[in-house]
Design a protein around this ligand. Structure first.
Ligand SMILES: [Zn+2]
Length: 383
């Protein structure tokens, strides 16, 4: 009886030891299973919006268990977000070498890798990964295709871009024929730069087949002919644009002024100008270009003013007010000019009026463009 308390104490000690051992083993096992504690803590940190803590926990989780690809995927994504792009790229490219990843996991890894290259501004490699992503999908999703094409556009790989857009034409949000025409124009411009003039013109012609309203094709076809010393063909190309899309004629009017003086050409050119001035649907930009032509080329400021006044009645636009103001100043009609400027201020458009603005990055340029040299997006000028 006297040793009973000792026996009870001994029993307690043994019970605690047993429970402790079981707990220790179960925790150790859990860590072996998937670095669960750090992994879960990292996810909890993410839930609380603490990305720095999440990174630390993911790193610890990776040390404990290297078989869970999600640790590396998320860790890489977080590092990229925190500006450590090279490290993110390393983690994700290592994941691509991993054997036995399920198809869905492979797609996730490639998506992250594409974002890494985009963050590193390596569009070339990014486009390669984006293409791989599409090839791994039985039915490629629209986003994957859009991103691939955007990267191909960025690196000016027009042949591949055209191939992808033509193959998956139903998946794109933009007008596919219009875009394919622009790709052909860009290929033509590349060929022209290499001195392959005939091949370049063939591309411009192909562009017009895809989209007969492609102003870029007419514009560059005319320029190509002019560079080849054939102003007659240049005028013919620009005339086709003026006739098929008079509202876009303003694009080529400044080019018409560059045609060399030549009797037959002069007459055809003046014909075209007269024809455009009589067009009801010429639009304010074309009327403005015509007025500039009349004032500067034909030395007829009164004719220019009359044209602008007529357009003002049809569709008053800031650029028309602005041009009228300048013309009136040149004619020293100050009272009328002041009234005109008031009209501009009323429209809250008194600024200088930038001619070509990219809708993608808001940079301005002084010549018509169909790919932005700044952000390299295609068809962002509304031309
Ligand atoms: Zn841009």
């Amino acid at each position: 009886m006297t040793d009973s308390p000792l026996f009870e104490i001994g029993l307690f000690v043994m019970m605690f030891a047993a429970i402790g051992t079981v707990l220790w083993y179960s925790l150790r096992q859990k860590n072996r299973d998937g670095g669960e504690t750090h992994y879960v803590r990292a996810l909890e940190a993410l839930a609380e919006g603490d990305e720095v803590q999440a990174v630390a926990q993911f790193k610890a989780a990776a040390r404990e268990n290297s078989s869970n690809y999600r640790i590396y995927l998320l860790l890489g994504d977080l590092l990229r977000r925190q500006g450590m792009r090279e490290q993110a790229l390393k983690l994700h490219s290592d994941l691509t070498l991993r054997e036995g990843l399920a198809a869905e996991a492979q797609l996730k890894v490639l998506r992250s890798l594409r974002r890494d290259y985009e963050a590193l501004e390596d569009a070339q490699k990014g486009a390669g990964i984006a293409g791989k992503l599409v090839s791994l999908q039985n039915r490629p999703d629209g986003d994957a295709l859009q991103q691939w094409v955007a990267l191909l556009e960025k690196i000016s790989d027009w042949e591949k871009a055209a191939e992808v857009v033509a193959k998956y034409r139903m998946k794109f949000r933009f007008n596919v024929d219009r875009r394919l025409a622009l790709y052909a124009v860009f290929r033509g411009m590349q060929l022209g730069e290499k001195g392959e003039r005939e091949a370049a013109r063939a591309q411009f012609a192909a562009a017009l087949k895809s989209d007969p309203g492609c102003s870029a094709a007419y514009y560059h076809l005319g320029k190509a002919w002019l560079a080849e010393g054939n102003p007659g063909e240049a005028l013919a190309a620009w005339r086709r644009l003026c006739e098929s899309r008079p509202e876009q004629a303003w694009l080529v009017l400044p080019e018409l002024a560059k045609l060399p003086p030549n009797d037959g050409l002069e007459e055809a050119r003046n014909d075209l100008i007269r024809q455009l001035a009589g067009q009801k649907q010429a639009g304010s930009k074309t009327i403005l270009a015509l007025a500039t032509w009349l004032a500067e080329q034909a030395k007829d400021p009164d004719g220019a003013l009359a044209l602008l006044e007529q357009q003002e009645k049809i569709a008053p636009a800031p650029e028309i007010y602005r041009a009228k103001f300048r013309l009136l100043m040149r004619k020293r009609k100050y009272r009328l000019a002041a009234e005109q400027y008031q009209g501009l201020l009323d429209q809250e458009a008194a600024g200088p009026g930038a001619p070509f603005v990219c809708n993608g990055c808001n940079q301005t340029f002084d010549q018509p463009l169909w790919q932005c040299p700044g952000c390299r997006q295609v068809d962002t000028f509304g031309l």
